[in-house]
Design a protein around this ligand. Structure first.
Ligand SMILES: [Zn+2]
Ligand SMILES: [Zn+2]
Length: 419
């Protein structure tokens, strides 16, 4: 049976020939990196910048997601290892001058391997991160204090001794991110969106004296750069500290320290195919299906379900990377049984009108295994988008969903022999 491939790298509008050279680098090792900067662009500049990024980074085989807006730039990308020197030169000689030499350094992740994105996207957004506020109520130039990872570590370690009270540390990420890792003692709000995080931040700080130092962190720093500016300019807090480069750079720094214990525990959630990078060995979180400790996230392989859930490698194998709900399991199981020739190195292929993606497995857990995502086009998900990240609301406590199998008079699938 012939398979029809559709490219994930669409030519950009206006006939511009954009070709990401990713195919040339398929066997390469990729470095995952990020950079961001709040900076004022005009709308005309944005359109030009977008095409420039697509062309220049595409040339280097770079994949990832870049958002640009009149507020600035936010990039999460993966670069083939052999092109890293070229990217560094491009960053220093082309990008930095565009930001008055004020663009942050490339923030390199702690875990690498296969490509963590499928293609390169540069998207123009109204805001870099949506805060739900009227932007005239705060001043982004009122930047919070950027502590280096070493300063952040030392400040938090000695804070209580020096001031007699515990530091106020706020995790500015969403609930599912802090579920697998956080800074010891941090307040981790139950936030679905950045807007929720901002509301939570305001609630936490509302009754604090304005000279109280506030510490905050997120994955790479961008969310705190904005939140800190809001807290300082709108709520009149004197000093908000963030860790420069976020958990990513702290993780990289702490891994190099021989005499210091990490203040961050667990795993740093990332928004790419790796779904996280390890900072310490501690496993925070439980498999949603069997309840054993697990920090391995997966999306249900049934594309119209797509629940984000913690799932141990055993359950993942047993339930074919699905959430174990019967419709999801049956759809995927049925598809696999047909064993259509749908294996493509990357990107999406169509098999009998079914959308199929191959995803890269998480480096340590799924070494070599390709995850399959399956779903019929046009089939709507039966839970709303936000509860998609709240597996416990959909599946119940660990083990709960497996009772459905008994109720339907079905045996559980056999456990995988070799995970
Ligand atoms: Zn499990
Ligand atoms: Zn599912």
């Amino acid at each position: 049976m012939a398979t029809q491939s559709f490219s994930t790298t669409k030519p950009v509008e206006r006939g511009l020939q954009y070709l990401s050279k990713i195919e040339n680098y398929d066997s390469s090792t990729y470095k995952t990196l990020a950079f961001y900067k709040f900076h004022t662009f005009t709308k005309a500049e944005l359109e030009e910048f977008r095409i420039q990024l697509l062309t220049d980074l595409g040339e280097m085989g770079i994949v990832g997601r870049i958002y640009i807006s009149t507020e600035g730039v936010n990039a999460q990308i993966a670069c083939p290892e052999e092109c890293l020197p070229r990217l560094q030169e491009y960053h220093a000689k082309v990008l930095k001058p565009m930001f008055n030499d004020n663009l942050m350094d490339l923030n390199i992740g702690t875990e690498h391997g296969l490509r963590s994105f499928r293609a390169l996207h540069v998207r123009i957004r109204k805001q870099l991160i949506v805060d739900g506020l009227d932007s005239s109520t705060y001043d982004l130039t009122d930047e919070p204090s950027h502590l280096s990872p070493a300063e952040w570590h030392n400040r938090l370690t000695t804070y209580e001794e020096e001031t007699g009270k515990k530091p106020v540390v706020i995790d500015m990420r969403n609930h599912y991110e802090s579920k697998i890792g956080f800074f010891d003692g941090a307040i981790c709000p139950d936030a679905d969106t950045y807007k929720d995080s901002i509301d939570a931040m305001n609630d936490i700080c509302e009754n604090l004296p304005r000279d109280q130092e506030i510490f905050m962190y997120c994955t790479g720093g961008i969310r705190c750069t904005k939140a800190g500016a809001i807290l300082q300019s709108a709520s009149k807090f004197k000093t908000v500290h963030l860790v420069e480069g976020g958990i990513t750079s702290y993780g990289r720094w702490v891994a190099e320290q021989e005499d210091k214990e990490s203040l961050f525990r667990g795993k740093n959630f990332t928004f790419d195919a790796r779904m996280g990078e390890k900072i310490t060995d501690e496993v925070i979180g439980k498999c949603h299906l069997c309840g054993t400790p697990s920090n391995r996230y997966q999306n249900c392989a049934h594309a119209s379900c797509n629940i984000l859930m913690l799932c141990c490698p055993n359950c993942s194998g047993q339930f074919l990377n699905t959430c174990a709900r019967l419709p999801c399991y049956d759809t995927v199981s049925e598809f696999i049984k047909q064993s259509k020739p749908h294996f493509e190195p990357a990107g999406a292929v169509l098999v009998d009108g079914v959308r199929v993606f191959l995803k890269q497995g998480e480096k340590d857990m799924d070494n070599g295994s390709k995850r399959i995502v399956i779903g019929k086009k046009g089939v709507r998900c039966d839970h709303d988008h936000i509860s998609r990240t709240r597996a416990i609301d959909i599946l119940g406590e660990p083990g709960e969903i497996l009772k459905e199998w008994a109720k339907a008079g079905r045996d559980l699938p056999s456990k995988p022999v070799d995970v």
